[in-house]
Design a protein around this ligand. Structure first.
Ligand code: NAI
Length: 369
């Protein structure tokens, strides 16, 4: 128990890193309720939702949305499944940014009907377990497509044009266009995209006037899903061998985990560049460092890492051929608002209609059993 009287799991970080206890004022009815026509709702009547974790300075946006829908919101900062399971007691929905949700949570929270991920990826949610138990899984897939694609292109161009190395050289007192070696013409290069979904397609679109050719590998699409200006690679090795810049836009799955390892890197063109804005665990970082050191890779631009944040003292830090950004590809002020609103609205829509706006796992559990 905290000094506020709330269990520690229901303490929410009001300001980054600063704990303060708050929850919705359950006595205030939602705006559409008419006291004259309906009995005043009690907290027992109101569906409860757990905000399992977040790193926002406040959650006023979500609070207003849930309050308007007559939903009681509990906020926590859970890191483990055990913490989620304890905090979600009696809840029908869970909103999760990074907190893991799987079998343990489902077993401990029989009232649970839906898990909504604040994000496009949902690898912190055990979708197989949710499917087995009929729990809906929803995400927020289209809030920042343009942001991620332009971020990937920014990393690609920073590598191709040696932007970060020039900046570093100037800071060190060297002003010369040859300070970081020869550059190649981008308009003679091929961009290879792994995963031609929403973001991969946008990456192809925003890059088409930069590179000579755009190619993509995506075994799950039909030919008709490939825009006319994107060449289809049937196999990953073919794409890797043909590309000067490879940009990863596939989800993290059992198939893609470690997909870019020593064997794959050996298939890449000498001096080529790798950009990863998808998920860190798709690339084997040890093998990547070896490929950078051997010269197979000319550089890497990484927004995502297997362990985030990058551990202090890691070889990636300060590596002259590596550009890092802090899992920021999704971010703009506008995209963050979209992201949070869509993730929260999934639960509100499910409560109203039995189905969220964005379905990852089609559940069977109903909002009002
Ligand atoms: P999407 O689901 O629209 O597209 C993913 C594509 O990858 C699909 O077309 C799928 O067929 C393909 N794919 C699946 N397995 C593959 C494989 N083994 N090889 C090649 N292609 C494969 O997803 P979207 O919205 O384009 O997002 C892609 C990924 O970007 C997400 O899964 C997420 O992890 C990551 N992401 C990263 C963000 C960041 O801030 N860095 C923000 C948003 C998403």
């Amino acid at each position: 128990m905290s000094s506020s009287g709330w269990p520690a799991s229901i303490i929410v970080a009001g300001i980054r890193g600063q704990a303060s206890a708050h929850r919705l004022d359950a006595r205030r009815p939602g705006p559409y309720r008419s006291a004259a026509l309906e009995p005043e709702p009690t907290t027992q009547d109101m569906p409860r939702v757990l905000y399992a974790d977040h790193d926002y300075s406040d959650i006023d946006l979500e609070r207003a949305l849930f309050e308007g829908a007559g939903v009681e919101l509990f906020a926590a900062q859970c890191r483990t499944e055990e913490e989620v399971a304890a905090a979600a007691s009696g809840c029908v929905g869970i909103l999760s940014q990074y907190a893991p949700v799987g079998e343990k949570v489902i077993a401990a929270v029989p009232t649970l009907g839906i898990v909504s991920r604040i994000g496009a990826g949902y690898d912190n949610v055990d979708t197989a377990a949710c499917e087995r138990h009929g729990v809906w899984v929803a995400n927020s897939p289209d809030y920042g497509i343009g942001e991620v694609a332009t971020h990937a292109l920014a990393l690609a161009l920073a590598l191709v044009r040696n932007v970060v190395a020039y900046h570093r050289d100037i800071q060190a007192g060297e002003w010369h266009y040859l300070s970081s070696g020869p550059l190649r013409r981008a308009s003679e290069m091929t961009l290879g995209i792994i995963g031609l979904g929403r973001i991969g397609k946008r990456m192809a679109h925003v890059s088409r006037n930069v590179f000579r050719r755009i190619a993509a590998f995506d075994p799950y699409l039909i030919d008709g899903d490939f825009p006319a200006y994107v060449e289809r690679a049937r196999e990953l090795p073919g794409l890797l061998a043909a590309s000067d810049v490879v940009s990863i836009h596939a989800p993290l799955t059992e198939e893609t985990r470690g997909m870019i390892d020593a064997k794959a890197l050996a298939q890449m063109r000498s001096g080529s560049f790798l950009v990863n804005t998808a998920r860190g665990a798709i690339v084997d970082i040890g093998d990547l460092l070896a490929a950078l050191d051997s010269g197979i890779l000319g550089g890497a631009g990484l927004d995502v890492l297997p362990v985030e944040p990058v551990p202090a003292g890691h070889r990636l830090l300060g590596h002259p051929k590596v550009i890092l950004t802090p899992h920021a590809a999704f971010f703009s002020v506008q995209s963050e608002v979209d992201l949070r609103r869509k993730a929260a609205r999934n639960i509100v829509t499910w409560l109203a209609t039995g189905r969220p706006d964005y379905v990852v796992v089609r559940g069977t559990r109903k909002p009002h059993p």
